[in-house]
Design a protein. Sequence first.
Length: 72
Amino acid sequence: MATPHDANQHVPHALLNRRVRDLASGTEGILMGVVHENVATEGERWVDIAYIRPVGGGIETSTVASNIVPAS
């Protein structure tokens, strides 16, 4: 399969630069970006990965973009 034309590119997201919560881990922070990435170790599996920075700063965590919701 060919590499998607938007591979490893930032993807627009309605919650960009807003406080979000990762449903998988419960982590809250600011959505810094969403990137279309190949997450497979063999072959290809393309997904949108969200990068969340803790509110006070620090190391960003990542999750599948479909796991994020606005934080309350």
